[in-house]
Design a binder for this molecule. Structure first.
Ligand code: DXP
Length: 256
């Protein structure tokens, strides 16, 4: 179970809802993913115009926890405004703080992210900030009181996978709030690796919405995330420099 704030979720797979070829495929992929939490950019919703089309309209949104993100913000002030809009629309008081500091790489701005979290925590929001794989920032945000950290493992939408597993592992080992890998996952193998390193969850979008068969990929990601978690809980063997025979000549591993 994934626990964020005082809520628990069965699935550790958080799915982004953007960029699907059409709403029908989006709905099927969401269902197959068995994700409990769906993310979306609040700026893409007609939150105060329920009669207008919006891109979650084919989903039975009551079945999911919606996690609006502040995509489009480049300052703390803009992100705070977007979070207020989310709350005012009654969507959710859980927000993914996403403040982009560089338009080419879409890397998050650590200073503006910290500032926005400071203000929004005071206002009672449940916060999941999107950050780089920066251990020190993750520690500072944890100390501030955020409810999870979401380190990107490579640039959003790049599908490059985990560029620096050591850096990710350091965050996972050190931080005591959920660490949800967010952005850059390209394949089920990447998702399984993130989970087997001990991540608490994976948020991804492009790898599913941009796949040749998004529904099949949503299923593959679900299984990979589950397998990675199981492997982590089972405890992998230590890596050794030299071979160790699987069938030792002395000493049986089972007694008769
Ligand atoms: C949906 C969302 O919030 C994205 O900004 C998220 O970071 C996913 O990134 P990928 O598209 O690289 O999976």
């Amino acid at each position: 179970m994934l626990k964020i704030g005082n809520q628990t979720f069965e699935s550790r797979f958080l799915l982004g809802t953007g960029k699907f070829p059409d709403f029908k495929i989006q709905k099927q992929a969401v269902e197959v993913s068995k994700a409990n939490i769906l993310t979306f950019a609040l700026r893409r919703m007609n939150v105060f115009q329920p009669d207008q089309p919006n891109f979650l309209e084919m989903l039975d949104v009551d079945k999911y926890t919606l996690l609006p993100n502040t995509a489009g913000a480049s300052t703390a002030e803009e992100a705070i405004r977007t979070a207020h809009l989310a709350k005012a629309s009654g969507l959710c008081d859980m927000v993914k703080v996403e403040i982009i500091g560089d338009s080419r790489t879409l890397l998050p701005d650590p200073i503006e992210t910290y500032k926005a979290c400071e203000v929004l925590l005071e206002e009672g929001f449940i916060l999941l900030p999107y950050i780089s794989d920066d251990l020190v920032l993750a520690k500072r945000l944890e100390a501030l009181g955020v409810h999870a950290v979401m380190p990107g493992v490579s640039p959003i939408g790049s599908g490059q996978g985990i560029l620096n597993p050591t850096q990710l592992q350091l965050i996972i080992e050190t931080i005591n709030i959920p660490v949800i890998v967010d952005a850059g996952i390209g394949s089920p193998a990447d998702a399984a690796l993130a989970m087997s390193l001990g991540a608490d969850g994976v948020l991804l979008n492009t790898a599913v919405s941009g796949a040749k068969d998004p529904v099949k990929m949503a299923n593959a990601m679900r299984l990979a995330i589950q397998a990675g978690r199981l492997g982590y809980e089972a405890g992998r063997i230590d890596k050794r420099e030299y071979a160790v025979p699987s069938s030792p000549v002395e000493g049986l591993s089972v007694s008769e």
